[in-house]
Design a protein around this ligand. Structure first.
Ligand code: NAP
Ligand code: HSE
Length: 430
């Protein structure tokens, strides 16, 4: 039995979960892995705060530098979140030769290229299974198990909070703020839940998945990211009538040697398995040229699932301390090396407008789409429902996103179109 000293930065939902579950399953982890983990110091913002998980008070500190001043700490577990101090700690830990385990997707999506360059330089791994999809082992699967595949696409419901909110709105008829408050209370949301609902948390995860699949870090500023704040009960209802569910979908794929990455509310066929992924559950569908279609499903957030991934990484770190392997958590392979600007990405769309109920309106809208070379696959004029007067729903296929946006700007300037339009992606996922 070997004991590995670890330093925990962060004792919130995930950090406290890791501490609690390392204690709870100490014997099990030791039996199954041959290692025991000794938390030697815990860094928090407020060491005096009352906490629901109890740890020895002498372990708490406000200074992350303390973790690097203890030679017995061999692994630094960064669960503070954010991209400033978390970055400083990660860099300093790597430079000091300590393995880093992190759940910080924002940090990796924004600064992954630098962090892994440093990790390679110092021959120190950075593990991040908890950063994407909570308890689902998607990082190891994509990076290691599927290493022999050319990855064709990865589609996923990557944010537990937004999926939870959409599910509660759909199934319990809850309104948006109430469902969000529940997700925060359950520990699913980020410290700043804006990132969950505006799509950026899912985008950070999609960028990480793209990096593993295609070997380079996509610049976040080039990714189209839309949140669930525009999804209304009315659109969920109209989509259902058309045979679709609305999900916040992360899409990563390669077309003609360019990688496409995006996150947006998306209509997916009710018959597709992703349509029945509800609550805090995440699911990721990976298509590889050898493996074909694989589906990963599990809880995407919360204490138990996320600490599961961190503990798995700790055991991996312990093995590497015993027998270094020459892999550092991410290898750039530059298979494609570039991503398609979001305006150039071709997609299909659900467009919902509110219009004047009089003859000729549809012809004017169809005329503008026709002039832009954009085809309509179907038109529905559903009954008005709460909050949406005289709706007109158009299903549009195969248009460049930039062209679609340009044309939409012309459509909404028509005097017969009222209020704000709603434009969501449609994915057949075939
Ligand atoms: P959280 O509940 O907000 O906890 C953050 C912890 O870090 C708190 O203990 C806080 O101290 C401490 N902290 C924050 N900034 C600090 C600083 N500058 N110096 C020292 N301590 C600091 O966050 P969380 O939900 O556990 O998430 C932690 C990380 O895991 C984030 O990167 C998040 O994206 C990721 N993650 C979260 C989940 C999830 O389900 N929540 C799942 C996967 C990944 P105080 O307690 O004193 O405030
Ligand atoms: N806030 C994130 C979510 C946590 O809801 O998915 C898991 O990364």
């Amino acid at each position: 039995m070997k004991t590995i000293g670890i330093g925990l930065a962060g004792f919130g939902t995930v950090g406290a979960g890791v501490y609690e579950n390392l204690e709870r399953h100490r014997d099990l982890i030791a039996e199954r892995s041959g290692y025991s983990f000794d938390v030697r110091r815990i860094v928090v913002r407020d060491p005096l705060k009352k906490r629901d998980v109890q740890a020895t008070s002498g372990l708490f500190s406000k200074r992350w530098q303390d973790l690097l001043e203890d030679p017995e700490i061999r692994v630094v577990v960064e669960l503070m979140g954010g991209t400033t101090e978390a970055y400083d700690l990660t860099v300093a830990a790597i430079q000091s030769g300590r393995i880093v385990v992190t759940g910080n997707k924002a940090l990796l999506a924004e600064r992954g290229a630098e962090i892994f360059a440093l990790a390679c330089e110092h021959k120190v791994p950075v593990f991040f299974e908890a950063a994407v999809a909570g308890g689902i082992p998607i990082i190891q699967s994509l990076r290691d198990a599927f290493v022999g595949n050319r990855i064709e696409s990865v589609h996923g419901i990557l944010n537990g909070t937004s999926n939870y909110i959409l599910t509660r709105m759909q199934e319990a008829g809850m309104d948006y703020p109430e469902a969000l408050a529940e997700a925060v209370q359950l520990g699913y949301a980020e410290a700043d839940p804006t990132l969950d609902v505006n799509g950026w948390d899912a985008a950070h995860k999609a960028i990480i998945l793209a990096a593993l699949a295609y070997g380079f870090w996509v610049d976040p500023s080039t990714v189209r990211v839309e949140g669930i704040d525009r999804v209304s009960a009315a659109d969920i209802h109209f989509a259902k009538g058309l045979g679709y569910a609305i999900k916040m979908l992360g899409s990563v794929r390669v077309i003609d040697s360019l990688v496409e990455v995006g996150v947006a509310p998306t209509l997916i066929p009710q018959s597709n398995v992703l349509a029945s992924v509800n609550g805090v559950f995440n699911a990721i569908a990976v298509r590889g040229d050898l493996v074909g279609d694989s589906l990963f499903y599990g809880r995407g957030a919360g204490r138990g699932p996320t600490s599961t991934s961190v503990i798995g990484d700790l055991v991996e770190a312990a093995h590497i301390l015993d027998a270094p392997r020459g892999t550092y958590g991410f290898s750039s392979h530059g298979l494609y090396g570039n991503n398609r600007p979001s305006d150039e990405i071709i997609g299909s769309y659900y467009l919902r407008l509110s219009v004047d109920d009089k003859p000729g309106v549809l012809a004017r809208i169809a005329g503008l789409l026709g002039e832009a070379g954009i085809g309509i696959s179907s038109v529905v004029q559903p009954e008005s429902i709460a909050g949406v007067e005289t709706p007109l729903v158009l299903m549009i296929h195969e248009a460049r996103y930039g062209k679609m946006r340009e044309t939409l700007a012309k459509i909404i300037s028509l005097d017969c179109v009222k209020g704000s339009p709603v434009l969501f992606n449609v994915e057949s996922l075939t």
